[in-house]
Design a protein around this ligand. Structure first.
Ligand code: HEC
Ligand code: HEC
Length: 291
């Protein structure tokens, strides 16, 4: 079943790279290309916002029309429809409103977007990349799909921080910094940091792994990505790259979802090398947080 899930997703991504999808307004072509590269690659919003079938397989013709359920003790959240449909999607939102929703977690009606939408990581997204993603969203076909409202049994924060004025991405020449930037907009550590009993992300244990994910695939546990013996210390760059791109772990075993490796296939060589440089720069710790 999982093979079908992954194969279907691969096919979708292939469709998205057809030239027909890249026709925007004149002048916006580069922006749209960048948006497409990010969305079909490291950013992978579709990993949560794709409409899916009963086995979790993406429904290719339904795009980012949402509906995926995240059923956890603190919430039952549904990924909303983020296609430009005016009734059930984001078709009525302005670019500024969309930007505020994605990067700050505040909807046009001032309500706060809850987890698992990884807002605290998206706060790091540059103005340029945010604009590219919005251009991409606008270029998608509108799909009507009414998604139920999420229910939270925990209080949501009033905000995820002060209003954001401007964010610039670090220079790609600074590999480690740029790799960290890519890991943030790809929300890698949202899955790869440990969480405490209350579900709070442990930001001081960057990359130590240990989160459990249940789904149609059974259970998977996020791996330790730090340069510790129990992490990636003895893995080669090629093995790490294969893990990210192909979902084959350092021991050569196929991995389970929900990591978005079907998306990560298309990450370019420079970005991949920056991501790996960043992982190599992490403090080596074990899953339990011990050095
Ligand atoms: C880990 C899963 C996940 C990822 C990744 C994710 N989202 Fe979300 N998103 C959600 C969920 C769940 C909600 C609804 C939360 C709620 O009901 O408060 C949401 C809400 C939203 C909303 C608000 C829509 C509305 O109608 O209320 C927008 C816009 C959005 N996401 C866009 C994006 C974009 C763009 C990306 C990629 C940059 C993205 N999301 C990545 C899970 C995710
Ligand atoms: C939605 C959760 C999620 C996200 C997002 C995610 N991962 Fe993962 N990752 C996992 C899980 C779970 C596993 C282990 C899967 C298994 O054991 O079947 C894993 C495994 C890995 C491995 C294999 C390590 C080994 O031991 O061989 C690497 C490398 C990795 N992730 C890197 C990344 C990077 C880099 C990013 C961001 C671009 C990322 N992951 C984003 C959940 C996630």
């Amino acid at each position: 079943m999982m093979t079908r899930w992954l194969a279907a997703l691969g096919f979708y991504l292939l469709l998205c790279s057809s030239p027909a999808m890249s026709q925007g307004k004149p002048g916006s072509v580069a922006l749209l290309e960048r948006g497409k590269y990010l969305m079909n690659g490291v950013v992978a919003c579709g990993n949560c916002h794709f409409q899916r079938g009963p086995q979790g397989e993406p429904l290719l013709d339904k795009g980012l029309s949402g509906g995926m359920v995240f059923d956890e003790p603190p919430f039952k959240a549904y990924a909303p429809n983020i296609t430009p449909d005016r009734e059930t999607g984001i078709g009525r939102w302005t670019d500024t409103q969309l930007a505020k929703a994605i990067r700050e977690g505040i909807r046009p009606d001032k309500t706060v977007i809850g987890p698992p939408m990884p807002i605290s990581f998206y706060r790091e997204m540059s103005d340029d990349d945010l604009a590219a993603i919005i251009a991409y969203l606008r270029a998608q076909p509108a799909v009507s799909n009414k998604v139920p409202k999420s229910k939270y049994h925990i209080p949501l924060p009033p905000s995820y921080g002060p209003a954001i004025k401007q964010v610039k991405a670090p220079s790609p020449r600074d590999k480690v910094k740029y790799g960290e930037y890519l890991a943030n907009i790809g929300h890698c550590m949202d899955c790869h940091n440990p969480r405490d009993q209350k579900g709070m992300l442990q930001m001081l244990q960057l990359g130590a792994g240990g989160q459990e994910f249940r789904g149609p695939w059974g259970v998977s546990v996020s791996r330790n990505l730090t340069p510790h013996e129990t992490g990636l210390k003895n893995a080669t760059d090629a093995q790490i790259e294969r893990g990210i791109r192909e979902g084959i772990d350092k021991n050569g075993q196929p991995m389970k979802p929900p990591m978005g490796f079907p998306f990560y296939k298309t990450i370019n060589a420079e970005d991949m090398s920056a991501l790996i440089a960043y992982l190599r720069s992490l403090k080596p710790i074990s899953v339990s947080g011990k050095p």
